[in-house]
Design a protein around this ligand. Structure first.
Ligand SMILES: NC(=O)C1=CN([C@@H]2O[C@H](COP(=O)(O)OP(=O)(O)OC[C@H]3O[C@@H](n4cnc5c(N)ncnc54)[C@H](OP(=O)(O)O)[C@@H]3O)[C@@H](O)[C@H]2O)C=CC1
Ligand SMILES: Nc1nc(=O)c2c([nH]1)NC[C@@H]1CN(c3ccc(C(=O)N[C@@H](CCC(=O)O)C(=O)O)cc3)C=[N+]21
Length: 299
């Protein structure tokens, strides 16, 4: 293996320590902790575990955590009613509705019902628009976490060729906008892209978020490129042990032979997502309170 391993867990721990310090300063200035509300609709086991770990991380960072669990049969009106009360609640600075939602609930309507100033996921159309035109807003956690790893690894990204594979509203599109704002030359590839291999091979910076396990082989990657693997896929362990394991969208073993640096799965982008969620909560809390931005939380 020639690539440097980008240790997402270590970067996330460092960010969480900064967030805890900024959270403590907020608490001193305002006399109350920053608060994050997480809404979980349905009883999906994996989502339940994930929401519990967010709540734990929130408390560890010295913030207040509110968890709201609604049954899988909840109506859209019930979700909207809960969001209206969280929007009004002064102790709540950030609101996250765990996705995906049950089929009877319109995801767009729910996201648009979150007050944009409390939208710590950065999914509201107003925050998406702000990112698109370069205004200050709340930025989606996963792409912002990827950008932080890239900046730590490469410093200035100006002039580099960046390829983002995947164009979802929560990862691919905001990632491309962040890289453009860093003066990269950005290409966005997707399922209809012709000759993905040659597009990928142009990338100095490659971010992959497609949800297809081990799809990008090392042979496609430009030697020395920095590779950020957003994919989280649970697959059966090939040793036939009957257990499952987590893998990314990139074929890590072959990619690590040619890349300059690469994120592992697990231990790469995932831990950064949660750390950035906490960071966004303190950023939202300070803005709502009319306080100046905390320098420690700048990107
Ligand atoms: N680490 C973390 O914190 C997070 C990880 N994830 C993971 O990231 C991955 C992507 O998530 P998300 O963006 O929500 O996924 P979506 O399913 O919403 O989007 C997938 C995108 O990949 C494109 N795509 C699918 N197959 C191919 C292919 N063979 N070649 C090129 N492009 C392809 C699709 O193209 P088209 O638009 O044409 O359909 C689409 O734009 C998943 O594994 C998810 O679990 C997601 C969020 C957070
Ligand atoms: N409104 C909303 N916002 C989200 O940000 C959101 C969401 N809904 N729905 C689900 C996806 C997925 N997601 C992950 C975050 C962290 C890890 C993570 O920390 N993963 C660990 C591994 C965890 C394990 O072992 O299972 C890692 O990669 O090292 C994974 C996935 C956020 N999401």
């Amino acid at each position: 293996m020639s690539a440097a391993m980008i240790d997402g867990k270590a970067h996330a721990a460092a960010l969480r320590a900064q967030v805890a310090a900024a959270g403590a300063r907020f608490r001193e200035e305002l006399g109350r902790p920053a608060g994050l509300a997480v809404v979980l609709v349905g009883d999906d086991a994996a989502s339940g575990v994930y929401v519990a770990s967010k709540a734990r991380a929130t408390l560890e960072a010295g913030m207040e955590s509110f968890t709201h669990r609604l049954p899988a049969s909840a109506t859209q009106a019930e979700v909207l009613e809960l969001l209206a009360s969280l929007n009004q609640n002064e102790a709540v600075d950030g609101i996250l509705v765990q996705l995906p939602l049950p089929a009877q609930i319109d995801e767009t309507a729910v996201i648009d019902a979150i007050h944009p100033d409390k939208d710590v996921d950065g999914f509201h159309v107003l925050n998406a628009g702000r990112l698109a035109i370069g205004q200050n807003g709340l930025v989606p956690c996963t792409p912002l976490g990827c950008l932080m790893l890239l900046r730590a690894c490469r410093g200035s990204l100006a002039g580099l060729r960046a390829v983002v594979v995947g164009r979802s509203n929560i990862v691919g599109k905001p990632m491309a906008r962040l890289l453009l704002a860093q003066d990269c030359t950005v290409t966005v590839a997707h399922s209809r892209t012709r000759d993905l291999q040659s597009v990928v091979h142009d990338a100095d910076i490659l971010v992959v978020a497609i949800g297809r396990p081990l799809s990008i082989p090392g042979a496609w990657i430009k030697p020395g490129a920095t590779v950020i693997d957003v994919g989280i896929n649970r697959i059966d362990d090939p040793t036939g042990s009957g257990k499952s394991r987590l893998v990314g969208d990139v074929d890590f073993d072959s990619a690590a032979l040619v890349a300059g640096a690469i994120t592992p799965v697990p231990g790469g982008v995932g831990p950064m997502t949660i750390a950035v969620l906490l960071r966004n909560t303190v950023v939202a809390a300070r803005r709502r309170a009319g306080l100046s931005p905390d320098a420690m939380l700048s990107v």
